[in-house]
Design a protein around this ligand. Sequence first.
Ligand code: AHR
Length: 500
Amino acid sequence: MALKGVLNADIGKGTINRNIYGHFSEHLGRCIYEGIWVGEDSAIPNTNGIRDDVVKALKQIKIPVLRWPGGCFADEYHWKDGIGPREDRKRMINTHWGGVVENNHFGTHEFMELCRQLECEPYINGNVGSGTVQEMSEWVEYLTFEGVSPMSELRAKNGSEAPWAVTYFGVGNENWGCGGNMRPEYYADLYRRYQTYVRNYGNNKIHRIACGPNVDDYNWMEVVMREAGRYMDSITLHYYTLPKERWEDKGNATGFDESEWFSTLKKALRMDELITRHSAIMDKYDPDRRVGLIVDEWGTWYNVEPGTTPGFLYQQNTVRDALVAGLTFHIFHKHSGRVRMANIAQTVNVLQAVILTEGEKMVLTPTYHVFNMYKVHQDAVLLDLTLESGSYIYEGIEIPAVSATASRDSEGKIHISLCNLNDIEAAEASLDIRGLARETLTVEGEVLTGDAIDAHNTFELPDRVQPQPFTAFKLEGEVLSAVLPPISVTVLELSSPGRV
Ligand code: AHR
């Protein structure tokens, strides 16, 4: 398949917010406990109870922002249970996720320590479903108030004299479902009330985030924007990719056939339609685009791995997930005027994880490698790129075969990312490069591909799916062509000291 296109390297289309490459870590299964927090006495190398290997891996991909403590867990989490001496902390039932005992050993101080080690921004999700206004208000005071107050004194007593800087604060999660089964009219009023007491103390300015819709609930977006849009800085959207229609049998993470390969990618592409339609509603109430859309839960959701606890949502991760990630980033880039943050669900050991752990062992998933290859797009200028997509047809249904995006970083380097969704056919993409001095142009590349549609990394074979140097390109005159293998994510880097 031969595809033609044009890259206008001198036409910028806005900045790609680095927070689009954000993460989400919930008290769910083995994400926080085991995956991140092992405790100070663990034999697993840790700093202040937090796994060193996981921190190192996440810093490598430049994790910009981390959402916590949920998810559904957020609306039954009472933050005061997670402060003070650990042995005295209350134990609770994690009703949503396996009914296990939550010992609250990982709380506010531990989360802020994690963000310190990761050098990332915290995004804290408050409790509207089962929490009070006072509780939410006091959490913000505890986190960010510098002067003399009951909460700042309590914080100092618990070891943190100085306040933390916290920008992103969510007022409830999925309040249309696990966060209280509310109607949008009711939530909009509650949001207005709760956010009033989410105060800005000193120089700390909170970015208030309202709970937005699930998938295609356009009425939720309409009502909440209409009634509460002026009180928020951003609103969320949740969309998960399931290979099959039924929650009882979502499809497996490995061992699937081409029909599920195809349906998964087709469904991942739906993110574009969802953002387009939700943005159109937002435009009605916020034509200047002051309010951001934050896709703070996205990714694949499969049947859990055989033999694992159903409520722990542990699944393997293959090259199919790598393509879902690549495609989804391209869609976020396209909508970067509205999409200001996104948080993959979830960082470690849950759903489309970038890291899997087993005891002291850690494995990086194909999705991790896409985050690593794509970190060059963080805060870069989105460039004007058009490329024929070709078509991938399976049983008479058609989707685009190739998806591409390009950006220019602060050093003037250009990165072009290309996903070939076809599992059999290679694609030759030829780009007419404009706005760059051809004579001094150098090109390098990296590709992530697999020897099967479900190729993945295991604790025994951790390097089966790894990025490799990519050399299947040529530059002739103004035209850069690259042969994209089937099942692949490729990133090309163009450097030109003589940029025009
Ligand atoms: O990510 C798992 C769960 O999915 C989250 O807790 C919830 O917000 C969503 O339904």
